[in-house]
Design a protein around this ligand. Structure first.
Ligand SMILES: Cc1cc2nc3c(=O)[nH]c(=O)nc-3n(C[C@H](O)[C@H](O)[C@H](O)COP(=O)(O)OP(=O)(O)OC[C@H]3O[C@@H](n4cnc5c(N)ncnc54)[C@H](O)[C@@H]3O)c2cc1C
Length: 417
């Protein structure tokens, strides 16, 4: 498989770009693998890539029920950042951001990583305190964070209505290294790089059962037959509790719908990511010109990848309050994804009570930014049968032990996290 380069682009132009090799193979499943990763989203593909790259484990299959990257990886609003308050979270997400910063060179794939800055607005003295506390916590760990006043916010993102009668903007917390990445390119980049290292990516192969004997995994039952596995990693986002149940594990996870929206293409109007502090709304502009935005989860349990109209109205009203010019924008598309909401809003990457079964899940609506580090930590945990320092706290046991990582302070309410 050739390396992507400007030279290759030039050469392939002579054949009308019809001679590019396949980005990854389409192999039939082997009878058995050292590791089977279930789920061909960014997380599963990243885990397979890092298993091969960091641990030399290449007899690996990623088993995906549809085409890769069409789950939440291809449905999210593409925001990447590491502006979390709790050290358990911000060290992990900062490692992810560092991996994002070198990802395209590492994968030899253009994932359109754009560090355009993520700005969170605050609207009251109390909220400023909370934001300042989070920023200070980040800075103490060497992570960039800046508290902006009103004038600085105005200069950074001029279209925001600072003088809104109900929710005047007092300032914002900015992480300049945060930004966006092209979501599906991330899946394709990891897939191509994992394939180059010998990983089999098996699409259209749904896992229907997990075979366990003597509390140890044996392999997965799939729509293409049984595949043996010494170790199994689950990276199936909104289906985590379903898959875990196949091995007899009940997880503290609820599945909810989150919607996203994209507008018609417009001339450049927002060159950063900005989030509203008086409601749940975040927005950025894609390189094609579409405004990409979203809000809160729909708030009821569901496995359907579509949402309801009251949430559409809620998201739009928050958007128009923050940026009145949005009232004249037409929406092009709207869609939903299934979120695996944990009881404290923080993820799970750990061993399970079943031997050689590992889980990367519970991402709520923040797992895209985690993609490189989640794959990296999942691979580490599978290869070493022990967590890395970065995911040491993301256990299932924390819910039993009362060691919640309640970043938002919302208590054990998944629909509030
Ligand atoms: C609308 C929306 C907006 C979001 N915005 C952001 C954001 O801006 N920033 C951010 O950080 N995060 C965001 N997220 C969250 C983020 O998208 C997810 O947390 C992340 O993409 C999860 O990646 P994944 O690889 O674990 O899951 P997925 O990409 O969903 O991959 C899981 C895969 O598992 C497969 N699968 C499921 N069951 C089986 C089975 N039985 N057998 C085989 N395969 C199976 C699925 O088909 C799927 O492809 C958003 C999510 C949504 C829905």
């Amino acid at each position: 498989m050739s390396r992507y380069s400007a030279f290759q682009l030039f050469v392939n132009a002579f054949t009308g770009h019809r001679s590019w090799p396949r980005a990854w193979r389409d192999p039939a499943p082997k009878p058995a693998y050292d590791v089977v990763i279930v789920g061909g989203g960014g997380h599963g593909l990243a885990a397979a890539y890092y298993l091969a790259k960091e641990h030399g484990i290449t007899n690996v299959a990623v088993v995906e029920k549809g085409p890769i990257g069409l789950g939440n990886t291809g449905r999210n609003t593409t925001i990447v950042r590491s502006n979390y308050m709790f050290p358990q979270n911000h060290h992990f997400y900062e490692w992810s951001l560092k991996l994002w910063e070198g990802l395209e060179q590492d994968l030899n794939f253009n994932a359109m990583v754009s560090q355009r800055g993520v700005l969170g607005l605050f609207h009251s003295d109390a909220q400023r305190q909370v934001f300042a506390r989070r920023g200070n916590s980040m800075r103490l760990s060497g992570i960039d964070a800046e508290l902006l006043d009103r004038d600085q916010v105005r200069a950074f993102v001029p279209l925001v209505d600072l003088d809104n009668g109900r929710f005047p903007v007092m300032g914002g917390l900015l992480q300049r290294r945060g930004g966006t990445a092209r979501h599906d390119a991330v899946a394709w980049g990891f897939a191509r790089a994992a394939d180059r290292r010998g990983v089999d990516i098996i699409q259209h192969c749904e896992v229907t059962g997990i075979r366990v004997a003597g509390n140890r995994v044996q392999g997965v039952e799939t729509t293409r037959g049984f595949i043996g596995a010494k170790k199994i990693g689950l990276a199936v986002a909104g289906n985590t509790s379903r898959l875990a149940q196949m091995a007899g594990i009940s997880l503290p996870i609820e599945s909810h719908v989150l919607q996203a929206f994209v507008s018609e293409s417009l001339k450049p109007m927002i060159d950063c990511v900005v989030t509203f502090g008086a409601g749940h709304f975040y927005i950025s502009q894609s390189d094609k010109g579409g405004l990409v935005f979203g809000g809160n989860i729909d708030g009821y349990n569901s496995y359907a990848q579509r949402g309801n109209l009251p949430t559409v109205e809620h998201v739009w009203s928050a958007g128009v309050t923050m940026i009145p010019a949005l009232s004249r924008v037409r929406v092009l598309r709207q869609w939903g994804g299934v979120m695996d909401m944990t009881m404290d809003g923080s993820p799970i990457i750990c061993r399970t009570p079943v031997e050689n079964l590992y889980i990367d899940g519970g991402w709520c609506y923040g797992g895209f930014k985690a993609t490189p580090a989640a794959g990296w930590c999942h691979a580490h945990t599978i290869a070493r049968d022990a967590p890395h320092e970065f995911n040491r706290h993301f256990t299932i046991d924390r819910f039993r032990e009362g060691l919640m990582i309640d970043e938002r302070g919302a208590g054990p309410s998944p629909w509030l996290q």
